[in-house]
Design a protein around this ligand. Structure first.
Ligand code: SF4
Length: 324
């Protein structure tokens, strides 16, 4: 069964049950007709002043033959519950998954067990899948090191590889083969040194070329916050421990602690904080500005496509400020 996911969920369970996870965000953003997907959602009644990702996800489910959708009803998006309601009206099966606000291991264990029963995944099969994915996650950790320690992997590449771990590109074996090839090639690259070292925090950008635009200004993104969280490079302990350590679904202050510590270790000079137009997560900027202890540039994107001139100008002004 093709199981659509609205954000990162315990993917080990879906795979261990013999199903194929499909990250609906990735499906939407790489879709050749993504503008039409947004238009279709609006024709079906989704308002213009709603986040484009939600509309894209909705239309991608309808047009791409997804059998069932797991929606994260707590810990991700304020619109997911309503999205699930509309999908049910359209005849799709939906499965709710909630990250407990207080990270309670017991509550998280119950959520994972519910998912395991639903997808017919035994404890043994899940343990086997975790072992199998551990090898892949270690390789992603090496890719991350090559990004910030050795300057051999670009921020855009780091983003794409880490973000693909949400559903392991629907095929962990093929992803690992591709990753092996990429790592072999990246290891042999000469190290690169950019004038500025930046962190990227927030949900992945809806723009296609933000990383390339940053690179063109002699700046390197050496830390991708949410993408690294999606990849769960530390998968030790019980499955509930792994998903309780995952910072993205919980409070912004804990996320800020992780960001601060990674920024220190990676020698980051400034933070690019991206938020989506019409997203409640824009409010996180208040916490980041107060707690990160680094200059923060807040960017906002609406529709898929290239970075606009105003954003480029703001980025240039930010880098100019960092150079003083
Ligand atoms: S960007 Fe914000 S509003 Fe849009 S899907 Fe993600 S969490 Fe929801």
């Amino acid at each position: 069964m093709r199981v659509g996911i609205t954000t990162t969920v315990p993917v080990e369970v879906i795979l261990a049950g013999g199903h194929t996870p499909v990250d609906l965000n990735n499906l939407f953003i790489t879709h050749p007709e993504r503008d039409e997907l947004i238009a279709r959602a609006e024709q079906d009644g989704f308002p213009a002043n709603l986040c484009a990702w939600i509309k894209g996800i909705y239309a991608a489910v309808i047009s791409e033959g997804i059998d069932e959708v797991i929606g994260v009803t707590r810990g991700d998006c304020s619109s997911t519950e309503k999205l699930l309601e509309v999908l049910r009206l359209k005849g799709f099966r939906t499965v709710p998954f909630a990250y407990p606000a207080d990270r309670d291991r017991g509550a998280l264990t119950i959520e994972i067990e519910k998912l395991s029963r639903h997808y017919g995944a035994s404890a043994k099969a899940i343990a086997g899948m975790r072992e199998r994915l551990h090898r892949l996650r270690q390789k992603l950790a090496r890719l991350d090191e090559l990004t910030w320690q050795e300057g051999k992997v670009f921020g855009a590449e780091n983003h794409l590889w880490l973000v693909s771990a949400s559903d392991f590109n629907r095929d962990p074996d093929r992803l690992e083969q591709d990753l092996d090839q990429f790592l072999a090639q990246a290891e042999s690259r000469p190290p690169r040194k950019a004038r500025f070292r930046l962190a990227y925090v927030g949900v992945p950008p809806i723009w296609d070329d933000l990383y390339q635009v940053i690179e063109s200004q002699d700046a390197a993104v050496v830390f991708n916050e949410t993408q690294r969280q999606f990849a769960m490079l530390d998968d030790s302990g019980a499955l509930a421990d792994q998903y309780a350590r995952y910072t993205y679904p919980y409070d912004t202050e804990s996320r800020a602690l992780d960001i601060r510590s990674e920024c220190r270790q990676r020698g980051v000079q400034g933070v690019v904080h991206y938020a989506q137009t019409f997203c409640h997560r824009q409010v996180e900027a208040i916490v980041f500005r107060k707690t990160l202890g680094l200059p923060v540039l807040s960017l906002e994107g609406d529709r898929p496509g290239p970075v606009d001139i105003r954003t480029l100008t703001r980025l240039q002004a930010f880098l100019e400020m960092l150079s003083q």
